[in-house]
Design a protein around this ligand. Structure first.
Ligand code: PHE
Length: 457
């Protein structure tokens, strides 16, 4: 039987656990794998600055919207949108945002697990000394071989899904909180260790200059759009993850300052990952604009040339694996919370079913790198590219756009005042301008930009 407005009973045991959980969701492959390579491809400093602007003016207000909606509605995103829309006298069709989020979470997890599986494999490869004094050719062919081997890729993909689902099945406090309590502090420690290592490598000044010297020549309109898409993905926005996690936030936590802390942590990790990676790349005279191979080819090669490289390389990939796991568990929360509350289902069963489904879907991504590499069913894209584009470039921006519009223009603003504990009218005006106008316009720009080429060829 459906009990659609049954309030969620789970709560984070403290405000700090929410901060860690949300930061755990935000900090992932997006920060450590993607951010450095996109920054590398887009010329460094100027890109970093533009990215920071997007995080502040689009990311932060949308995250505030998601968390406040979640805490007010105290349910899974689908039911939050439905019940708050009703309360506001608007159409219950707003629950579409929640449904799209559930689907986006499933699609993203299916390929996220494949790439995270590579990271798991690299823990093993670096630890066993594969890259010790290796040539560029060895580093390149190791990565190529992995991508060409569906059996290996499926094995690591399966392992990653198993770990994720095992944690998720144990529930919010026994599963999520326990994993987060261990993984997040460790992640920060490992990151600081790596920063220290890279600072002493001899390439730090060059790495620093690359990240923070503005070279405006390389900036075009496209740079803004790439930075905006990255801000979205890295902050886990637009698919209800932060709404689902927001539903478990205790009543006495201040949402504004909590969100700013999460955004700051996520940004710190992205920048620190860049500062850990680029000096190693420079000191070895390697190429920063490598693209997706930066973390899987260039970096292992760099570690292989350095003293204690195998040890620190292993540390690095353990760090990436932890970061990916805490993000992956958050991708499942909107779907799992919904099925559990709607059908009173057992959480572990729902988690296992979802895991099997994402695993199957992930096979499509695995095969996109080998046996299906040439199959391009739509828009000249293979299966992986389609799933990636659809979820990241269409569903997340659309979801974020609708969430911001809903929170500012549909939801009664006395609810926002009460949830955000805002007293001043000036702050409310700022909220309306940034959350209701600047952020949606920014997102709409990305949206149009990514959709147009699909239809105009
Ligand atoms: N933010 C995660 C990362 O940077 C990915 C993610 C996106 C997680 C959307 C949850 C929801 O890797």
């Amino acid at each position: 039987m459906a009990i659609s407005t049954q309030p969620t009973e789970g709560r984070w045991s403290s405000r700090w656990l929410f901060v860690l959980a949300a930061a755990g969701s935000a900090v992932g492959l997006g920060n450590i794998w993607k951010f450095p390579y996109i920054a590398g491809e887009n010329g460094g400093g100027a890109f970093v600055l533009i990215y920071l602007v997007c995080v502040a003016f689009v990311g932060a207000p949308i995250m505030i919207s998601e968390v406040l909606l979640g805490r007010k509605g105290r349910a899974s995103p689908i039911n939050v949108m439905r019940s708050l829309a009703r309360q506001a006298g608007a159409s219950a069709r707003w629950s579409f945002v929640g449904w799209m989020g559930v689907l986006a979470g499933i699609l993203i997890l299916s390929y996220y697990a494949v790439i995270a599986g590579w990271a798991l494999n690299y823990v093993w490869l670096t630890a066993s000394g594969t890259f010790n004094a290796a040539s560029a050719q060895v580093a390149t062919s190791t990565f190529d071989q992995l991508q060409q081997d569906p059996v290996q890729m499926v094995a690591w993909h399966s392992l990653f899904i198993l770990i994720t689902i095992w944690i998720v099945a144990r529930g919010v406090s026994r599963g999520l909180e326990t994993a987060i309590r261990w993984f997040m502090p460790l992640l920060f420690v490992l990151l600081l260790v790596l920063l220290g290592y890279s600072a002493s490598s001899g390439g730090f000044a060059q790495g620093w200059a690359f990240m923070f010297d503005f070279n405006w020549d390389v900036v075009g309109p496209e740079t803004w759009l790439i930075a905006m898409g990255q801000a979205f993905f890295t902050l886990s926005l637009g698919m209800g993850t932060m709404m689902a996690y927001g539903a478990y936030v205790p009543d006495d936590s201040n949402i504004g300052s909590t969100v700013l802390t999460i955004v700051a942590l996520d940004t710190f990790v992205a920048v620190a990952a860049g500062l850990a990676i680029f000096p190693l790349v420079f000191v070895n005279g390697l190429e920063v604009g490598q693209g997706p191979g930066l973390m899987f080819v260039t970096l292992p090669l760099a570690f292989g040339q350095l003293p204690m490289g195998a040890v620190f390389g292993t540390v690095f990939f353990v760090l990436v694996s932890f970061a990916a796991i805490t993000s992956a568990i958050s991708l499942t929360e909107p779907a799992i919370a919904f099925v559990v509350e709607e059908y009173n289902a057992q959480r572990s069963r729902v988690a296992i079913s979802l895991g099997v489904f994402c695993w199957l879907l992930g096979l499509g991504t695995v095969f996109s790198f080998n046996i299906w590499a040439d199959a391009k069913p739509l828009f000249g894209l293979n299966f992986f590219e389609l799933v990636d584009q659809l979820s990241q470039n269409i569903m997340l921006p659309l979801g974020g756009l609708l969430i911001a519009l809903f929170a500012v223009w549909v939801l009664p603003q006395n609810i926002v005042r009460e949830q955000l504990e805002v007293r001043s009218d000036g702050v409310m005006l700022l909220w309306r301008i940034v959350g209701g106008i600047v952020a949606p316009l920014g997102v709409a720009a990305v949206f149009v930009y990514t959709l147009l080429p699909l239809f105009t060829g």
